[in-house]
Design a protein around this ligand. Structure first.
Ligand code: GLY
Length: 415
């Protein structure tokens, strides 16, 4: 009995020590800076709501003329707008933001049956997954379960993976019949959630198998990652390791690395399996220590952009840019993922500090929009896909989403 008490006291002391150590780091985001970001977000999103009156059109980025570019419910980014509204509600507790978040979340309802690509996790978990934190609705729960059911329809046992896209050509004209992209790690959170609320392990088992396969086939020895791995579903063998949105097959597309850091951290949180934490940490080390990472910690769109030895397979017209574009969305995803990862690493101060440095950069005038500009998004300077020649140095709705999420995580950590 006494021994047990002693063990409990020691555990409490160890945990408090860890938390204190966690709270005593020098890097922080000032309350003033957070207030400024939320003020900008409120001003921008007030305008965004004014101009976005059609619930079938989701704000994604800007058009060349500065107007908001919208996408349909089928686009992978539809969940980020309601998700950002939910985070704004978290910060402000104002009814108007909750009302808008509910309205935009519910506009996505029919997507629960979408089986045309793997992105249903992004679409539905960033919207309904945030909604259900606030509103304990049976209907929302059912929608999330159906979304998970739709996602696992794309799972193939021989490949041990969920198929990301349907048949597609690579830049050098290979046909990918079963392409899986590193981004797909982000869709697994929905599956873990579905197993928790249904008690049915099928969803999480598929998520774990997918993560295991990704860990085996997407990572290089330095823990950078291939964007696309294409499988032969008859044998489960890898046919191609290539890129779709990066500079070249052997380069490191910045957002791909960010998805991996964040995604493997979630799988660790949900499984407690150290292999995933180790993978997330090593991927983070690659990112943090990269010699081509700018001083303000906002990566170039591809870590190897501008470096010798990386030749694109696609028609790269370098003359189009007088500078190497950054990707603030990759920075925001990474910062949010690192703040989550840090919670599980007793010696994780350097990841915490890096996340804070990133968030301080994003909160500075270099990246934070001036109200009334930037097509009413919060962050400037993201890059969608240079190989496709689209969304270069623009606002992107998912940069805003992960930025707000990271700030919310920061607030929770320091409280
Ligand atoms: N998941 C698509 C992208 O990151 O561009």
């Amino acid at each position: 009995m006494h021994l047990k008490k002693l063990q409990i006291i020691i555990s409490v002391l160890v945990i408090s020590g860890f938390l204190l150590a966690g709270c005593s780091h020098s890097s922080k985001i000032s309350q003033k800076s957070i207030n400024r970001v939320i003020d900008v977000a409120e001003k921008q999103y007030t305008k965004m709501l004014e101009v976005s009156t059609d619930l079938a059109k989701y704000p994604r980025t800007s058009n060349a003329d500065g107007s908001v570019k919208y996408v349909s419910i089928r686009d992978w980014t539809g969940g980020f707008w309601p998700g950002s509204l939910w985070y704004l509600y978290d910060f402000t507790k104002k009814d108007a933001w909750e009302k808008a978040a509910v309205k935009w979340t519910e506009s996505l309802e029919s997507n629960q049956y979408n089986t045309t690509h793997h992105d249903i996790g992004f679409m539905m978990y960033c919207s309904y997954g945030n909604a259900i934190r606030h509103i304990k609705s049976e209907k929302y729960k059912e929608i999330l379960i159906q979304s998970a059911k739709s996602l696992i329809k794309r799972y193939d046992e021989r490949a041990g993976s969920i198929k990301s896209w349907n048949t597609k050509k690579s830049w050098d004209n290979n046909t990918w019949y079963f392409p899986v992209i590193i981004d797909n790690m982000m869709n697994l959170e929905l599956l873990f959630y579905a197993s928790k609320i249904t008690g049915n392990p099928i969803y999480k088992n598929i998520a774990i198998k997918h993560a295991e396969t990704t860990m085996k086939n997407h990572l290089r020895s330095d823990y950078s990652s291939y964007h696309v791995v294409d499988y032969d579903t008859a044998t489960g063998k890898v046919l191609h390791r290539q890129t779709n949105q990066g500079l070249s097959d052997n380069s490191q597309w910045a957002r791909g690395q960010a998805w991996g850091i964040y995604g493997f951290t979630v799988v660790y949180r949900e499984t407690g399996d150290n292999r995933y934490l180790n993978t997330a940490q090593k991927m983070a080390d690659f990112y943090i220590n990269h010699p081509n990472l700018p001083k303000d910690k906002i990566p170039y769109w591809d870590f190897n952009a501008g470096q010798p030895g990386y030749k694109p397979d696609w028609a790269y017209d370098a003359s189009k840019f007088s500078y190497v574009p950054r990707d603030a969305s990759a920075a925001a995803v990474t910062a949010s993922g690192l703040l989550e990862m840090y919670k599980y690493l007793p010696n994780g101060k350097k990841y915490y500090d890096f996340a804070i440095e990133t968030l301080n950069s994003l909160s500075s005038p270099a990246y934070l929009a001036t109200p009334g500009t930037n097509s009413f998004f919060i962050l400037k300077h993201s890059t969608g896909s240079i190989p496709h020649g689209t969304e270069v140095d623009v606002p992107l709705v998912y940069a805003d989403y992960y930025f707000l999420e990271a700030l919310a995580r920061y607030k929770k950590l320091i409280n």
